[in-house]
Design a protein around this ligand. Structure first.
Ligand SMILES: Nc1ncnc2c1ncn2[C@@H]1O[C@H](COP(=O)(O)OP(=O)(O)OP(=O)(O)O)[C@@H](O)[C@H]1O
Length: 351
């Protein structure tokens, strides 16, 4: 979650100031409208959310069971309701995310709280409960608790997530969650294993959490710090408008491509998608340009052709040519790792 930051501006506001098509930074009128509608709906929810905030100290309402996690901005704890069953140990547990007022504005808090609510129910998205609390020093809200930690703990360095079925299941669930977010006119913008929570010990089910960076499509944004592997290249380039880049779901498709690569190999494909700075990214661009097998970068050696093809689609450096997150569905059930490809070949050979 972003804490106290300058207010991002919607592309619509900038468009009316410049009023040429280029002033939309490449956004079509339909995309602009979808983003505007999402922004209006969110503003309305935030106004309602502000009116219905409970004013109390968290300890008066909930009993802490144990800490669940700590982010840059928020502390997340497992709690039970003080009045219902807490003393007998039968109370329903919930996750309470507490954001100190020193680092989080009321608007940023309401944004994250209300985005979570506006996403409704989706099997791969952490469900938000409609309770927001303002205390003397913090803001808090409640969600369903997910008790097996985050995906990072399941990705073995140099190996990835095993077995391969788990990696495919995980990719399919995340693609579905992101598609749901995009259909609502929003862009998630923070896909990384730390924001994917795991529901069971064998990683059968995962859920997307932390909607502090989610914004309506078309919001103008600039890169706030150094890029990470998940940052799409268009965000690293000079923005098309002085106010920034109008954000698109393609940012999430890129991040999903990087995450799938990590799930399959246990490596990042590059540190930063910066030509002339990152040799791994440069090798990737050379391979894309030549399409020659001999140019395939070393970290890709363990991938089967289906995974190559999927990642080729999701990791297209040109956002307009990049496939949407739903592309994952077209590759499910095929081998994604070379070793699976070989095993299935052996099986066929025996039959
Ligand atoms: N609903 C939940 N159930 C269980 N654990 C959770 C839940 N929500 C968050 N956590 C844990 O708390 C950690 C921090 O939460 P979160 O990512 O929402 O905080 P943040 O301050 O917004 O993080 P960031 O540093 O990514 O901005 C997560 O990595 C996760 O381990």
């Amino acid at each position: 979650m972003p804490g106290k930051q300058p207010e991002p501006r919607p592309a619509a506001a900038v468009a009316s100031e410049h009023d040429t098509k280029d002033s939309l930074g490449g956004l079509t009128p339909e995309e602009l409208q979808q983003g505007q509608e999402a922004a209006l709906a969110l503003e309305e929810r935030m106004a309602l959310g502000a009116q219905t905030l409970v004013h109390a100290e968290v300890e008066q309402l909930y009993q802490e069971v144990r800490p669940l996690g700590q982010g840059r901005f928020g502390r997340v704890v497992l709690v039970t309701h003080c009045q219902k069953g807490a003393s007998t140990g039968t109370g329903t547990t919930m996750a309470l995310k507490q954001l100190p007022k020193t680092s989080t504005s009321l608007r940023s808090f309401l944004y994250e709280f209300c985005v979570g609510l506006s996403l409704g129910t989706h099997p791969a998205i952490v469900a938000a409960y409609g309770i927001g609390i303002e205390s003397a020093d913090s803001y808090s809200f409640l969600t369903e608790p997910i008790l097996h930690g985050d995906l990072i703990a399941f990705i073995q360095p140099k190996v990835g997530l095993t077995p391969s079925e788990a990696a495919q299941r995980c990719a399919a669930q995340l693609a579905s969650a992101l598609e749901h977010i995009h259909a609502l006119g929003l862009v998630y913008r923070d896909l990384k294993p730390e924001n994917v929570l795991v529901c069971d010990p064998t990683c059968q089910h995962v859920k997307l959490a932390d909607f502090g960076h989610t914004r309506p499509r078309g919001t103008l944004l600039r890169l706030a710090g150094p890029p990470i592997p998940y940052t799409a290249p268009e965000l690293c380039a000079l923005p098309p408008l002085p106010e920034g880049l109008p954000i698109q779901p393609a940012l999430d498709a890129w991040a999903l491509g990087v995450l799938v690569f990590c799930l399959l190999t246990g490596y990042f494909p590059w540190d930063q998608p910066l030509e002339d700075t990152d040799p791994f990214y440069e090798d990737f661009l050379v391979w894309r340009a030549s399409r020659q097998a001999q140019d395939r970068p070393q970290p890709w050696f363990g991938l089967a052709p289906a995974a190559d093809a999927l990642l080729w689609e999701l990791l297209d450096p040109h956002p307009r040519r990049r496939s949407p997150v739903g592309a994952v569905r077209g590759y499910l059930g095929q081998p994604w790792r070379q070793q699976d490809e070989e095993a299935s070949g052996l099986k066929e050979g025996r039959q």
